[in-house]
Design a protein around this ligand. Sequence first.
Ligand SMILES: [Zn+2]
Ligand SMILES: [Zn+2]
Length: 248
Amino acid sequence: MKSKGISIAEILERWTSLFLEIAFPGNCLLCSRSLIFDSDRIVPLCLSCRHSIKSIEERIGDNERCRRCSKPLISEEHLCMKCRTREFAFLSNYSIFEYKSIRELLYLYKKKGNRRLASFFAERTAKAYKRKYASLPLIPVPTRKSEKRRRGWGHTEEIVKILNKKFGITVLTPLSRKEARAQKELGYEERLNNIKGKIVFSPVIKELPEKVILFDDVFTTGATVDECTRVLLEYGIKEISVLTLAMD
Ligand SMILES: [Zn+2]
Ligand SMILES: [Zn+2]
């Protein structure tokens, strides 16, 4: 990611806030325990809460999951009931958590603006990414402009920034988003229509890779990542897989 255009004031501000986080780490966001004795003071969660948040892979492994959307299977084989009838432009989605496991954290992160939680999400994303996708470039699904304005930062962009800086993962940001209604309160058909034509591509590098991984927070109907995929295919990327924090 580019680091051009960062002023000395911004660098100072970052270092000051990093120092304050380490010197005065506060309390765990989930159980309120003081973080003063925790080794990693950047993540605002105590070690015991962090360990209690289990990924789907940690709970049931990856064998009993849908090949297309990664939903845990109960009595089906290979594909879940939904994936037997629906079509996606992307190859497959892999979700790290079930939505209920991180619902509260996502609320604190996105709605309450607790930016430091990006470190927790990045840590777990890096682990899944390295296991599943080795070295493919990652493209974040762009945050809605109004949401970014309200909070001052984008939730997916903040996570991929850490994935790039701390974990050395290649990140490309060719996508941006025109304003549209939030997808959250809409049904599947409405989501498809609402997002259609709202994803814009701007070339960031001369030679685009053949394969990329799209990264988003929650996989619900797949409409948003599908639209992003269509745009990337249009611009010559051949194979797109999706990595999401959670599936709803
Ligand atoms: Zn805790
Ligand atoms: Zn499925």
